[in-house]
Design a protein around this ligand. Sequence first.
Ligand SMILES: Cc1cc2nc3c(=O)[nH]c(=O)nc-3n(C[C@H](O)[C@H](O)[C@H](O)COP(=O)(O)OP(=O)(O)OC[C@H]3O[C@@H](n4cnc5c(N)ncnc54)[C@H](O)[C@@H]3O)c2cc1C
Length: 264
Amino acid sequence: MYDFDYHKPTTVADAVALLAADPDAKAVSGGHTLIPALKHRLNKPTSLVDLSGIAEMRGIRREGNALIIGAFTRHAEVASSEVVQAAIPVLSFMAAHIGDNQVRNRGTIGGSVSNNDPAADYPAAVLGLGAIVHTSSRKIPADEFFLGMFTTALEPDELLVAIEFPIPEKAGYAKMKNPASRYVMAGALVSKGPAGVRVAINGAASCVFRQAEMEAALAANWSPEAVAGIQQPADDLNSDIHGSAEYRAHLVTVMAKRAVVNAG
Ligand SMILES: Cc1cc2nc3c(=O)[nH]c(=O)nc-3n(C[C@H](O)[C@H](O)[C@H](O)COP(=O)(O)OP(=O)(O)OC[C@H]3O[C@@H](n4cnc5c(N)ncnc54)[C@H](O)[C@@H]3O)c2cc1C
């Protein structure tokens, strides 16, 4: 690790001011991605702005037909929350299948969504449920938030503060996980609700994306058979030691079918 300064603000405004004052400062949430990167000297921030002391970034609440989850909410809290289980059970299911106990007790939803790892779970929930990302300065619809591999619409001095999920009529998720890390090889989150019929695919490409052909098929006929014959082109999919692009293309269809079954 390189040397860095450490700050622990107690308000979003103070955290943003610290980030704005130093272009090489980085926010740290659960630290499960950032700290290993620092240990391997892959990142060299001059200061870390720890978000763990900011009360307004924590908590889970229902507001009308939406669920609001604070950015500093750990995966284990989402998995065990009765409020989440009652309103959007697929979110608890997803959180319960992220990594292992250590990861779920440290990693946060805000850190995961801000990081936008192609193989992460939560980006599929944000896009597949048509969520709205609340930041320190604006509200960003999911369709405009994820820009590419590890890239989002967040500015360097902008913090993800909370995520607003509209409560769907039904939603399901399925992933083929890497057996070592539980990161996603290919996954699908399907939903039907206020945001329409949506299918978000994660793990397969450089960034989470919507599968328009599957959305049209499910809008006409909500059943696993509706997506069974739809083949995702392999051209732009990831190919690595864990699986080829063709294998991932096959998984997209299988995971979409399973997600519809899981949605009921
Ligand atoms: C062994 C292992 C297995 C894992 N398996 C899975 C898995 O199966 N599925 C999965 O989805 N994930 C997995 N993860 C990732 C983990 O779940 C965390 O979600 C991830 O590390 C990011 O969350 P964090 O809170 O740790 O963020 P941090 O590491 O603290 O931050 C990550 C990045 O986001 C930025 N950031 C953090 N919070 C904010 C914010 N509020 N606003 C703006 N920027 C912010 C930071 O500056 C940093 O660039 C795994 C991690 C490990 C170590």
